[in-house]
Ligand binder design. Structure first.
Ligand code: PBG
Length: 350
């Protein structure tokens, strides 16, 4: 087929909203969104300086937020604990404490029976004094197999508290399989596993680490340096191998993280695996867009819309974004404006 100007003029399809809407290839909806949230044990919610607009929620406020979120049509909430430094130690033992704020939040959310999936992170970094995702060997490396055993226990506790989907983000080898077999042994076969398959050793996690209070040491020291377990930013074949491993161990969904700088990986995993795929617009991406909007007095919503739409276009089924509630409101407003407009034009003509 020969495509030539002027018989083909692409602007014909761009001239008015009706034809632009009809020919739009990818759409973003509230149903694509997951909201990552921070929960702490204090009785009041407090703002997170590194993530403008985000809070460390107390459990009661989080419940109210979750109700509002479900009304907006968002499908799931992803929980991260913020632990008081006095409760942190080398082994991250507070993860297993009854007072772990994530466990309390899961129990309350479950009781509320909202039409909202409850996802919980499985890693030790919010609980350890050193900020690594697992247990350390005497020479300071993360001990893969000991960590995996510990995380399987954490996955089970979260599932037993009522968590619908556990999301190991630790990047050790074998975590998914260890969690899956422990869940099976304890008859928790309904619990979904979201594997952080392609989690890159990224420079975009800074605001999250301040939010959960994971200490920041020198550039080549823990926990800024997690390169001995997170994936190298230059690799994509490795992401495919990791996906095969995760699926063989019982993962239900896969994740790519961060999002904007790894959309090629999203595309590859989507086309080369037959598995639902999520991506995570991480704290640094969120802060970057927020600060840009602030600095240039731009409206943040269209910036986020475009960036989240690009995740959909690359092939993500779901997107974790700190901006999710605001985006859901923005999408609802866009739809309402369009409906009001078409009602007006229809009544004028008929
Ligand atoms: C670690 C974890 C991290 C994030 C989610 N889980 C940080 C890290 O690997 O150090 C980052 C998320 C974000 O930046 O928004 N378990």
């Amino acid at each position: 087929m020969i495509i030539r100007y002027p018989s083909t003029r692409l602007r014909r399809r761009r001239q008015a909203p009706w034809i632009r809407d009809l020919t739009q290839e990818t759409e973003l909806s509230c149903q694509d969104l997951i909201w990552p949230v921070f929960v702490h044990s204090a009785t009041k919610s407090i703002p997170i300086p590194s993530l403008p607009g985000q809070m460390r929620w107390c459990v009661d406020d989080l419940l109210k937020q979750a109700e509002a979120l479900a009304m907006l049509g968002i499908k799931a909430i992803a929980l991260f604990p913020v632990v008081d430094p006095i409760h942190k130690n080398h082994h991250g033992s507070f993860a297993f404490n009854d007072k772990n704020p994530v466990i309390l939040a899961i129990q309350k959310l479950k009781q509320a029976q909202l039409p909202l999936g409850i996802i919980s992170d499985v890693a030790l970094d919010p609980y350890t004094s050193h900020g690594h995702d697992g247990l350390l060997t005497p020479c300071g490396q993360v001990d893969n197999d000991k960590t995996v055993t510990q995380l399987a226990q954490l996955g089970l506790i979260l599932a037993q508290a009522g968590c619908d989907m556990v999301a190991p983000s630790d990047m050790q080898d074998g975590t998914v399989g260890a969690i899956r077999s422990l869940l099976e042994q304890h008859h928790c076969h309904h619990t979904l596993i979201l594997s952080y398959t392609a989690k890159y050793a990224s420079a975009f996690y800074g605001p999250f680490r301040s939010a959960v209070g994971a200490a920041k040491l020198g550039v080549h020291q823990a926990p800024s340096d997690k390169r001995s377990y997170q994936m190298h930013p230059g690799n994509t074949d490795e992401a495919l191998l990791a996906a095969q491993l995760a699926l063989s161990q019982g993962a239900d969904c896969l994740m790519v993280k961060p999002a904007m700088t790894y959309l090629d990986v999203v595309y590859r995993l989507r086309t080369e695996t037959q598995t639902p795929l999520f991506c995570y617009q991480v704290s640094g991406e969120y802060a970057m867009l927020k600060h840009y909007a602030q600095q240039t007095a731009a409206d943040a919503a269209p910036l986020f819309y475009e960036s989240l739409l690009s995740c959909k276009r690359a092939g993500a089924h779901g997107i974790l974004s700190y901006y999710a509630p605001e985006m859901a409101k923005y999408i609802a407003d866009l739809n309402a404006t369009e409906q009001a407009f078409s009602k007006k034009t229809v009544s004028k003509h008929y």
